[in-house]
Design a protein around this ligand. Sequence first.
Ligand code: ZN
Length: 200
Amino acid sequence: MRAAEPCPESAPWEHFHPSVIAHHGAECCDVARAWYTAMDRSMWRGHGGPSWISQRFPWGPSRWPLHWCEAMEAEELDCGAHAALSIEAFRARGIRVVPVQLVQRQEVHHLPHWHDRWGQADASPEWARAGACYHESCATIEDGRAEVWDPTIGAWLTPHHMHGIRSVAAVRIGGPVQSDEVVSWRGLPLRMGVWATPAL
Ligand SMILES: [Zn+2]
């Protein structure tokens, strides 16, 4: 297998794995997960993506590990939780879906506010750095084509948005397990499991 191109933008988050919601192995989480499945079935009719998730659980700090029973009682969830829940929703409809990790450009002036908010919630602020942030979403894959759903903003993303806020500085599709499979995200070829930077 060919070595991955070095990707300096993703370096601070190279060791981050896609978020997974934990299960206590007990009724508390069974009940919470069943509630989620029922909600998703009634709220999302399959057009677009499951945008109800971030409407019900607006974006904010989550403490990890996060269990199903905690997630479903949370007032806010972070992008990792949004992504994990979206993956469940797509999968429940028989759609092939994989985690997506992103580094997005952000304005520097948000940083102190985000660090305060996450700090006060006793959550890790490691995702936010000056000018760039780690973000999670998910991708549906069909016939070699990937479409990236951002559950936090409730929209499909494009790699062609390359400047300004939320533009993609780096992306990894499918988590840390490298494979020879290459998918096309709106014309951008991406090897699964490898961080890449959309060419400017
Ligand atoms: Zn539980």
